[in-house]
Design a protein around this ligand. Sequence first.
Ligand SMILES: *Cc1c(COP(=O)(O)O)cnc(C)c1O
Length: 396
Amino acid sequence: MAVRPVAFRKPQNPPETEPSHLFDTHPEVRLDFSHVKDALKQGYSKPFLLVDTSIIRAKARRFKAAMPRVHPHYAVKANPDPRVLKTMIEEGVGFEIASIAELDVLLGLGVLAAEVYYSNPMKSRAYVEYAAAKGVEWFVLDSVEELRKIHSIKPDAKLYVRIEAPNVGSDWPLAGKFGMKGPEVDAIVAEAVALKADLAGVTFHVGSQCRNPENWRAGILGAKRVFKKMRLAGLKPRLLNIGGGYPVRHVKPIPSVEKIAEVVNHALRDVPQSVRVMAEPGRYLVSDSGYFVCRVVGTATRAGKRWMYWDAGVFGGVLETTEGLRYDVLTDRKGKLIPWNVAGPTCDSVDVCMRDELYPEDMREGDFIYIANAGAYTTAYASNFNGFPLPDVRVI
Ligand SMILES: *Cc1c(COP(=O)(O)O)cnc(C)c1O
């Protein structure tokens, strides 16, 4: 059982090139560890995410206070648990979806389809038909083909084009997969005019866990340039969607949402009031609300290297470490810190979460692992691969 957590915070100053005045200027929150101990008193049979919805509420309010002009629309994929979604609804937060399964959950909770934004740039015909039939009005696109596809199904759809935005300083740069460059946008505008399609907005995504506020400035500037082109072509732009990417505190220092807001609010000054401004925070709203709890299945020494195997690995929710995210992980051990490789319980060689991470040398079978600020992109990614159970979500 948990005694007292030991934190493996490796002090990391931002590199010289990063302007230090941006980082850790405002206190970040975290679920009180005593709740984790209380949850474990109710037993443990498999990994679980413990979520405190009051932290989600606080984050939603903080986001809105920082950017009064910007309506938050939660990116459902970060954590689609219905209790999380319900909390968003109660806080007046809207939604952004990638699939019709996400839409169905929202409709089941009473969300109005017209307030759901379909922000996946590549949608199957069947999904567009379904979403349109259910009343979704706003659809993103970033190719002429997608414009024609959506228009052929729903000629009165309200469309927003995703443009490329710089992803400098994001932990998950998305540049390249989605987003149009200037000349490509010209072709979209021309095609929308020819089809008499209602191309009415612009969006961008700066990349997840974005630590560089300047990316939002560049994205908004790019959007304004597209608005100008749209107006010149006779279209009526009325949506600016500044996407997701707002970071949360793990090991590296981050710019607070208030620091990002300084940049965003300034860039929005000359955007007419007739334009609705929205954002799509995912990680920001849910990460801090939860601890992910799992357990050591066993340990081994291979070629002189210490390995430990957790009952949740890459397929069980601890996936983002493979993309470079470093969580603040607590244990109950106090031994000397040594480098460990950490793997999941499956037989797949991909199932290695971390290499050479420092953990106490006395870690052993049965120990609990407490991953802080893990409310986003953990349970959402988990699969039943190899017959291991999905993690629970326990809500307080
Ligand atoms: C994933 C995603 C988001 C949310 O990103 P976060 O980094 O979690 O804030 C927002 N918009 C779109 C289109 C996305 O795909």
